[in-house]
Ligand binder design. Structure first.
Ligand SMILES: [Zn+2]
Length: 372
C-alpha cells in the first residue's frame, strides 16, 4: 500500500524505537476500517461462487445463507460481512465468541459496545460485581458498576497519587477459544493467493484439539489505551515481512476496537514451517499502537497473554487502573441524592458500593437543595 508508506504514524513515548524496528521489518499489506451505517456495502463474491476458507465447502449457495461478520459483532462491527465463511463454520466459531466476551470481561459494558440489540450487561460470578448502562444519570448516559459486598474492597483510591484501582472477577472462559476467534479474524483478511499456504492454520481452527505446532504461537500482545484513544469503529492491519528470506513470521496482525488493541503473528504458513519458525524460537516483532497524531496525553497498559491453554479458566481477576487528578480528589464534595444536599464530608474510598462512569465532557444536571 503506497499510500500508507507516505502516511506518518505516531506512537506513545517509549515505544517509538519498537515501532521503527517493526516498520523496518514489516510493511502494511492490508488495512481495513469497518464500514459504518452510511457506507455499509462492500463487494462480496456471489453466494454460489463462494469457497469457505475454513472447511473448503464451495459453490453451494445453500451453505452460505447467513451473514457472518468478519470481525465479531460483539467487538462493534455491524457491517463488515464475510464471503469466505460457510454457515456451519460460522455457527461453529460463534460458540467461541462467548469465550471472547467473557475474556473481555467488563470492557464492553464500560465502553458501551452494542451487541445485537443493546450494550450488554456485565456480571461477575455470583453477581459480586454487575455493570450496566444507565441512559439517564442526571440527564447523562453512564455506566454503573455495582459491588455487592463493599468489604471486598473492589475499588481503591490512593489519595496522594490519584491512582484508582478497580478489581473484579471474570466469568469462566477457555483461553484457546479466545485465540481461535482472534486468529480466525486474521485468517479472514489473508490475500486469496496465500490461503492455500495457510492450510494447516485453517485446519487448526476447525479441529478441536491443540496442535503442538501452534502452542508456542498462541500468544497475543494486548494493549489497553487510555479512553481518549478510542477507535470509533474496529479496524485491522495485516503486515507482511519486507524481506522474504528473513527468518521471522511472514504475517503480523493487529486489531483495534474501542481502546483495545490485540497484536500477534499468524502461525502455520507452510513457508514459515519450512524455515523452522513453528518452534517458538524465532524473533517475534509486534507493532506498537499506531496513532494518527502525536499523543499529547494519556498512555497505555500492555501485557503478553498466553492463550494456549485448553483448560477452562475460572475466577480470573482483572485489575483496572485509572489516573485521577489528586488535586480534584481533595476538592471533592459529598452529595446526598435523597435529601439533595451538598456537604464537605471528606471522600473515602472505603465502602464504595457503586461507581458511575460518564463521558469526559458530560454535564450532569444535579438538583441541589442546599449546601451544608
Ligand atoms: Zn466452512
Amino acid at each position: 500500500m503506497e499510500d500508507f508508506e507516505k502516511m506518518e504514524v505516531f506512537t506513545f513515548q517509549g515505544l517509538q524505537n519498537d515501532m521503527a524496528i517493526f516498520l523496518e521489518k514489516y510493511a502494511v499489506e492490508t488495512h481495513v476500517l469497518c464500514p459504518n451505517k452510511q457506507f455499509p456495502k462492500h463487494t462480496l463474491t456471489d453466494r454460489d461462487k463462494r469457497t469457505c476458507r475454513f472447511c473448503g465447502t464451495k459453490n453451494d449457495s445453500k451453505k452460505f445463507k447467513t451473514k457472518s461478520h468478519v470481525i465479531p459483532h460483539l467487538l462493534g462491527n455491524r457491517y463488515l460481512i464475510s464471503d469466505v465463511e460457510c454457515d456451519s463454520c460460522n455457527s461453529f466459531f460463534g460458540k467461541y465468541e462467548n469465550d471472547l466476551a467473557f475474556f473481555l470481561g467488563i470492557h464492553r459494558t464500560m465502553q458501551g459496545i452494542k451487541g445485537k440489540e443493546n450494550v450488554p450487561k456485565f456480571n461477575s460470578p455470583n453477581d459480586s460485581v454487575t455493570a450496566k448502562v444507565n441512559n439517564d444519570f442526571y440527564g447523562v448516559k453512564s455506566t454503573e458498576i455495582e459491588m455487592k459486598d463493599p468489604l471486598n474492597k473492589g475499588f481503591s483510591v490512593d489519595m496522594n497519587s490519584g491512582i484508582a484501582q478497580f478489581k473484579y472477577t471474570k466469568q469462566s472462559y477457555t483461553p484457546l477459544h479466545v485465540y481461535k476467534v482472534l486468529l480466525k479474524i486474521a485468517l479472514s483478511f489473508i490475500n486469496e493467493n496465500d490461503v492455500s499456504n495457510y492450510k494447516l492454520a485453517y485446519n487448526f481452527l476447525v479441529t478441536s484439539t491443540l496442535n503442538e505446532k501452534i502452542a508456542p504461537s498462541a500468544k497475543v500482545l494486548y494493549y489497553r489505551l487510555s479512553s481518549n484513544y478510542k477507535a470509533e469503529r474496529p479496524f485491522i492491519y495485516l503486515f507482511r515481512k519486507k524481506d522474504p528470506k528473513e527468518k521471522i513470521p511472514t504475517h503480523s496482525f493487529a486489531i483495534y476496537f474501542e481502546n483495545i488493541l490485540f497484536t500477534f503473528h499468524i502461525p502455520l504458513l507452510s513457508k514459515d514451517i519450512e524455515n523452522g519458525l513453528d518452534k517458538g524460537s524465532s524473533d517475534i516483532y509486534y507493532c506498537p499502537p499506531m496513532l494518527g497524531q502525536i499523543p499529547f496525553e494519556g498512555s497505555y497498559e500492555r501485557r503478553m497473554i498466553d492463550l494456549s491453554s485448553e483448560i477452562i479458566l475460572k475466577n480470573e481477576q482483572e485489575v483496572l487502573s485509572f489516573a485521577m487528578d489528586p488535586q480534584s480528589l481533595k476538592n471533592i464534595k459529598a452529595y446526598n441524592p435523597i435529601t439533595e444536599e451538598l456537604s464537605d464530608r471528606t471522600f473515602s474510598a472505603d465502602g464504595i458500593v457503586k461507581i458511575v462512569l460518564t463521558e469526559h465532557s458530560s454535564q450532569l444536571r444535579i438538583p441541589i437543595k442546599k449546601t451544608l
